[in-house]
Unconditional design. Structure first.
Length: 252
C-alpha cells in the first residue's frame, strides 16, 4: 500500500497514536479521532501531517459528519483504522447491563457506524482498506472479560463476513489481533500480562502488516497467538478446566 490518507479512531493515545505517528513518518496524511481533544492535539502538535477530528463513536451523526469533513478537507480515505475500545475488568459472574451497553456500543456498534460512514466513500474511490483492532481476547471467552472479550469475538466474526462481502467493491477488510500492549487500557489491569509489548513495537507490526500485504489477520506476538489458538482448539472439558484456573484465587 502506498502512502495516502488514513483515518484512525482512537488516535489520541496508545496503539492508535503510535500508528498515527508511524504512518505520518512514512509519508501518510493522518486524521485522528477520539473524544478528548487535548489528547488528539498532543499527538497532532508534533506532526504537521496529523490532523485532529474529535468524535465519539457512539454518536452516529457525529461519525457521519466527521467522515464527510475528512473527505472534504483531505479528499479521500485510503486506510481506515478502528483502534478505540471501552474496557474495565469485570467482577466474576456479574453481568452488569450498563457496563455491557457501553462496551458493545463502543467496541462493536462503533465499528458498524464507522463502516456505514466510510465504506461508501471507499467504494466511490474504487479502493480502500478497512482495518479494525480486535484482540487475541476474541479467540475465546476469557474469565473477567465477559463484555470486552465477547465484543472482540463478535468483531472477528463480523470482519470475516465483511471481508467476503465488500471485496467486490474494492474494499479490503483487515483484522488486527494484538496480545498485551502497554497503553492506558492495560494500565487498568491488576493481573499478569504475559508477553506484554511496547506500544511502538505493536505499531510497527500493525503498519508493516497493513502496508506490506493484503492479508486478513495481523496477529502478534506469535507466542501469545499460538497459546490462545491452542486453548481455543482444546476439547471443552479440558478447555473449561484450563479457563477455571484463570479465575481469581478465591473463585476457583
Ligand atoms: N493494549 C492492549 O493490550 C490491547 C490488546 C489487544 C487489543 N487492544 C485494542 O487496541 C485498541 C487500542 O487500545 P489501546 O491499548 O491503545 O488503549 P487506549 O490508549 O486506551 O486507546 C483507546 C482509544 O479509544 C478511544 N475511545 C474510547 N472510547 C471512545 C469513543 N466512545 N469514541 C471515540 N474514541 C474512543 C480513546 O480516546 P478517548 O478516551 O479520548 O475517546 C483512546 O484513545 C482497542 O481496540 C483495544 O481493545 C489493545
Amino acid at each position: 500500500m502506498q502512502p495516502g490518507v488514513a483515518w484512525i479512531i482512537g488516535g489520541g493515545s496508545g496503539i492508535g497514536a503510535a500508528v498515527a505517528r508511524l504512518l505520518a513518518d512514512r509519508g501518510w496524511t493522518v486524521a485522528i479521532s477520539g473524544r478528548r481533544m487535548e489528547k488528539l492535539q498532543e499527538v497532532a502538535g508534533k506532526h504537521s501531517s496529523i490532523h485532529p477530528f474529535p468524535m465519539d463513536v457512539t454518536d452516529e451523526k457525529a461519525v457521519n459528519a466527521t467522515s464527510q469533513r475528512i473527505v472534504s478537507e483531505l479528499r479521500r480515505i485510503d486506510l481506515f483504522l478502528f483502534s478505540a475500545a471501552a474496557w474495565e475488568p469485570m467482577t466474576v459472574g456479574n453481568y452488569d447491563l450498563g457496563q455491557f451497553r457501553t462496551v458493545v456500543d463502543t467496541n462493536y456498534l462503533g465499528v458498524i457506524r464507522c463502516a456505514n460512514a466510510v465504506q461508501p466513500q471507499m467504494e466511490k474511490q474504487g479502493s480502500g482498506h478497512f482495518a479494525v483492532v480486535a484482540s487475541v481476547a476474541g479467540y475465546f471467552g476469557l474469565p473477567r472479560s465477559a463484555a470486552y472479550s465477547s465484543t472482540k469475538a463478535a468483531l472477528i466474526n463480523l470482519l470475516e463476513t465483511m471481508r467476503t462481502e465488500v471485496a467486490p467493491r474494492g474494499i479490503v477488510v483487515r483484522m488486527i489481533a494484538p496480545g498485551f500492549v502497554k497503553s492506558e487500557l492495560t494500565a487498568k489491569n491488576d493481573f499478569p500480562m504475559p508477553f506484554l509489548m511496547e506500544t511502538d513495537d505493536a505499531a510497527h507490526r500493525i503498519v508493516d502488516g497493513l502496508t506490506e500485504s493484503d492479508r486478513f489477520e495481523i496477529a502478534f506476538p506469535k507466542r501469545m497467538v499460538w497459546l490462545m489458538k491452542t486453548v481455543r482448539a482444546l476439547p471443552y472439558p479440558i478447555f473449561f478446566w484450563l479457563t477455571s484456573k484463570m479465575l481469581p484465587k478465591q473463585e476457583n
